[in-house]
Design a protein around this ligand. Structure first.
Ligand code: NDP
Length: 239
């Protein structure tokens, strides 16, 4: 039976839309104190919105300080902010590659490093990194994105080995195709083609990803760390 979980202070990056918004809403519904970072717009009702860009350490530091002042030390961090810049390898510029890595991978590093300070002090922390099925499955036109997302697995597992004895867990959620602005940008024919390869026969919803993230942050998941949890309708099985 699921036990009610301890209320925590949660920070979700990129919580103004898409999957991050749904994650923040789920944490609010479960009774946590929730802040989101946004570059524009706002998080769902009941959240504190702080302005931050994950490519800028100073803005991350300021956002954490604001959350700590308003809601208390961050106990759960969800590194969700991410971008794509899809194109085939031969056409991919160095900037297309490094900017995606800078947001998705180095951005997660900046956020988690800042979060770990308070977590070490508290000897408690839950780190959830939003990767992608594409990280380990691969995808044509996404060499930059796939590399940035698979690297998060080694990142989470190294954190687990480094900080696991201090009450801190680090896990990966790897969504498949989820209905958000990111996937709406794909050409319709490509969307239909992708759907055919998903065993569940449909795209997932952001709310379905949010449930897995909230569970990893809950008291019930205290002994789970370094895991990759797919939320992909079976698309990436075996990866
Ligand atoms: P969206 O494009 O809908 O939202 C992306 C979010 O990331 C926005 O809140 C955006 O903020 C934020 N963001 C982007 N760059 C930065 C930055 N430099 N600093 C701060 N925030 C930033 O994407 P999704 O909701 O679909 O994706 C969320 C995460 O889930 C991403 O990491 C993505 O890779 C991953 N994912 C998504 C899948 C899908 O099918 N949708 C599948 C697998 C993984 P702003 O509004 O300011 O741009």
């Amino acid at each position: 039976m699921t036990t009610p979980t301890t209320p925590r202070t949660v920070l979700v990056t990129g919580g103004n839309r898409g999957i991050g918004y749904a994650i923040a809403a789920e944490f609010v519904a479960q009774g946590h104190r929730v802040a989101v970072t946004a570059r524009s717009g706002k998080g769902p009702e009941g959240t504190l919105t702080v302005i931050a860009d994950v490519t800028d350490s100073a803005s991350i530091d300021a956002a954490f300080s604001e959350v700590e002042n308003e809601l208390g030390p961050v106990e759960v961090v969800v590194a969700n902010a991410g971008i794509t810049k899809d194109t085939l390898l031969l056409r991919m510029s160095e900037d297309d590659f490094t900017s995606v890595v800078d947001t998705n991978l180095t951005g997660s590093f900046r956020v988690v490093k800042r979060a770990s300070k308070g977590m070490l002090k508290a000897r408690f922390g839950r780190i959830v990194l939003i990767s992608s099925v594409v990280g380990l499955y691969g995808s044509p036109g996404q060499v930059n994105y796939s590399a940035s997302k698979s690297a998060l697995v080694g990142f989470a597992r190294s954190i687990t080995r480094e900080l696991g004895a201090r009450g801190i867990t680090a896990n990966i959620v790897a969504p498949g195709f989820i209905e958000t602005d990111m996937t709406a940008e794909l050409p319709e024919e490509q969307q239909a083609e992708y759907k055919k390869s998903i065993p569940a026969g449909r795209y997932g919803s952001a709310a379905e990803v949010a449930k897995a993230v909230a569970w990893l942050a809950s008291d019930d998941a205290a002994y789970i760390s370094g895991a990759v949890i797919p939320v992909d309708g079976g698309l990436g099985m075996g990866h």
